[in-house]
Design a protein around this ligand. Structure first.
Ligand SMILES: [Zn+2]
Length: 248
């Protein structure tokens, strides 16, 4: 059944794929993005371009006044701490915590959903986020859904799936596979933590992205000689092989 959904999207691979996915499933999608003082806002330019291209409503919520209040132990999103390179393991991920981030984003998107008579809010959290981020776990999503319904009783159009989390049990590779199946232009998404001209290929999110896309291509082309297939990722990377030293 077609529903109206407010999708939280950053311009990264996961959330951009989710927008394409929701549209593919026949839903009406409005997109909302948040500026919470990321090191750079480059990915926001990407989601703006994507929503322009797809003809979707896009709104940017500016939360930068909160940035100085949310600095936890030198979080790399809100300080000058160098961006960690290498695999996106837990040690690196602890440096990227913004406290209560999903609660805030879901709360604002939930308010927009009530105002627009939408049935759901959607977020692209995935299974790999669970380990370090408690606010990416299924139990948290259930509690927020109940809170949104209770707090907006009588005025909301939420249905049983108040928070749509299509990738909550998916790996990054699963999402990359879905992106390839849907024909999402990967070079129109931005993952790099460094806000350079092109993806660096070496930071945690670049390594994670390159690994996931590689594994997805392998999974979708079993037994194929990877040198013989047209590589689906047209993204430019400063270093497109560093990730293999870290991961393989
Ligand atoms: Zn990078």
């Amino acid at each position: 059944m077609s529903r109206k959904i407010i999708a939280i999207a950053s311009g990264g691979l996961d959330s951009t794929t989710m927008v394409y996915d929701l549209l593919n499933r026949g839903h009406e999608v409005d997109v909302v993005s948040f500026n919470y003082g990321q090191r750079h806002s480059k990915e926001l330019n990407y989601i703006q371009a994507t929503t322009d291209k797809l003809g979707l409503d896009w709104d940017l919520v500016d939360l930068r006044d909160l940035t100085p209040l949310l600095a936890v132990g030198g979080s790399s999103l809100v300080s000058d701490t160098p961006v960690p390179e290498g695999h996106y393991a837990e040690d690196n991920m602890t440096a990227t915590i913004v406290p209560n981030r999903n609660m805030m984003m879901l709360s604002f998107a939930g308010g927009i959903a009530v105002a627009r008579g939408a049935q759901s809010v959607a977020t692209a959290v995935h299974a790999g986020d669970h380990y370090i981020y408690p606010d990416c776990r299924p139990h948290f999503m259930q509690l927020v859904a109940a809170t949104l319904q209770t707090g907006n009783e009588g005025v909301n159009a939420f249905d049983a799936e108040t928070i749509v989390v299509p990738y909550i049990n998916s790996t990054k590779t699963d999402i990359a596979m879905r992106a390839l199946e849907l024909g999402v232009p990967l070079d129109e998404t931005w993952s790099c933590y460094k806000g350079g001209e092109i993806h660096c290929g070496k930071c945690g999110t670049c390594v994670e992205r390159l690994e996931a896309i590689h594994d997805a291509v392998c999974a979708l082309n079993p037994g194929a000689d990877l040198d013989q297939i047209e590589w689906p990722d047209k993204t430019q990377y400063e270093d497109s092989t560093y990730w293999t030293q870290v991961v393989l």
